[in-house]
Design a protein around this ligand. Structure first.
Ligand SMILES: [Zn+2]
Length: 415
């Protein structure tokens, strides 16, 4: 345990306070930093000298003079380090990267079969290494890899407990350790919906709010809840499983073993099942029926696409789903009173067409004062939310008072 009086620890905390103050107020002078952090001018001078040597901070010209010598402004050096984000799914993993200041970029899709954890991790790590070794990144220092993972996780120990998306081979698999061994760098894991909530907070519509909920509508349904700027984990890290909110007393059987869960009615497999069962009853001139008559099959994308035609079968089907989703969101906002709810995941594209239904259902089922004060919107991060959240996991750790990653930056710059 770290003792608060330990001078090395105090130094680390002060250094991080200065870094965070620069990040929040840049460009900023040494004098302004002393005012913002409450540290003395000599302390600021010492810390800044260190951060300049480490390459984390750069001097960027002169501020306006308030009489006397014009002070030099300081900024975070975006090039001091890079982080890598991965979102894992069964057959495709999505990756991207960002520096210390800018939003993630360079998004790519890797076709990797992740049904077998050991082989999957080896292949994923090899692909990440190839990416980092490309000419444009060769001289960059990667500080860590964040991984957004589908399923129930033990985050502190980096272990998968259960992943319906990836299958039972992943039960109890130490994903963090396995990746760290392959890559030789820090790896941070988080459930994909919780990581997406973090992405909204860092890079999306939630940069100004400390209390938000991200609802992930996909194969499964789950949420990431951020309260007072912390991801709500619960005692075992399973908080946010709104897909298993009981919606219909004797509804369809769910993956969890219960009946009538939200996910068993509004998850992608449930919607596909319902459309397939009702297809024969749909008129031939319906857009979805036309797809089926033409190809002999249809996908969830076809349902989403045809749902933009008012009165079409898909429109009505997804409107029905939107009522259930609205009820679930009403319950969630009654519990947590977030400032904003972001709807993301593959089905968010469909939610765009039925947003009025979702909002009116929330209004009629949530406590009125809470409903009125909650903004509900479609996530602007779209399919990038998982990767961006994975990058944010690393950045969040880097800017923590007791982060060890600054030493990595220092080492890289002293080479
Ligand atoms: Zn369930």
């Amino acid at each position: 345990m770290r003792v608060p009086g330990n001078s090395k620890y105090v130094k680390k905390i002060n250094r991080m306070a200065v870094i965070n103050a620069i990040k929040a107020h840049e460009p900023i002078s040494r004098q302004q930093l002393a005012e913002v952090t409450g540290l003395t001018a000599p302390a600021i001078t010492g810390i800044i000298r260190e951060l300049l040597d480490m390459g984390i901070v750069i001097e960027v010209g002169l501020d306006k003079s308030t009489g006397g010598r014009r002070p030099i402004n300081l900024c975070i050096n975006p090039d001091a380090g890079y982080v890598f984000g991965v979102e894992v799914t069964r057959f495709e993993s999505f990756v991207g990267t960002c520096d210390l200041k800018n939003d993630p970029t360079d998004f790519r899709t890797l076709k990797i079969d992740m049904t077998e954890p050991k082989e999957g991790i080896k292949e994923l790590a090899a692909a990440i290494k190839r990416f980092m070794n490309e000419e444009r990144y060769k001289k960059k220092t990667f500080l860590g890899v964040g991984v957004a993972f589908p399923g129930l996780l033990n985050v502190p120990e980096g272990i998968v407990k259960r992943s319906i998306n990836l299958g039972h081979n992943w039960d109890t698999f130490p994903v963090k350790r396995a990746l760290e061994e392959e890559l030789g760098m820090h790896v941070f894991i988080e459930n994909n919906s919780k990581a997406s909530a973090l992405a909204e907070r860092w890079f999306g519509g939630g940069t100004g709010c400390k209390d938000l909920v991200y609802v992930n509508l996909g194969e499964g349904i789950s949420a990431g809840v951020i309260i007072n700027d912390r991801i709500l984990q619960g005692v075992h890290g399973h908080a946010g499983e709104i897909g298993h909110m009981s919606i219909q007393e004797a509804g369809p059987l769910c993956n969890c073993g219960n009946r009538g869960c939200l996910e068993s009615i509004c998850g992608i497999p449930a919607i596909m099942r319902m459309a397939k069962a009702e297809l024969t009853k749909i008129p031939d001139d319906d857009p979805l029926k036309k797809v089926w008559l033409g190809k002999g099959e249809f996908s969830i994308e076809d349902i989403i696409k045809s749902s933009c035609t008012k009165n079409s079968y898909s429109h009505e089907l997804l409107k029905q789903a939107a009522v259930y989703i609205g009820k679930a969101i009403a319950n969630v906002i009654n519990f947590y009173n977030p400032e904003c709810v972001f709807i993301g995941g593959k089905m968010a594209a469909a939610a765009e067409y039925s947003m009025d239904v979702i909002k009116s259902t929330v209004r009629s089922h949530a406590f009125p004062v809470i409903a009125l004060s909650t903004d509900i919107q479609i996530s602007s991060l779209k399919e990038k939310a998982g990767i961006m959240g994975a990058c944010a996991l690393v950045l969040r750790d880097l800017f923590k008072p007791d982060s060890d990653m600054l030493e990595d930056v220092e080492q890289a710059f002293s080479k």
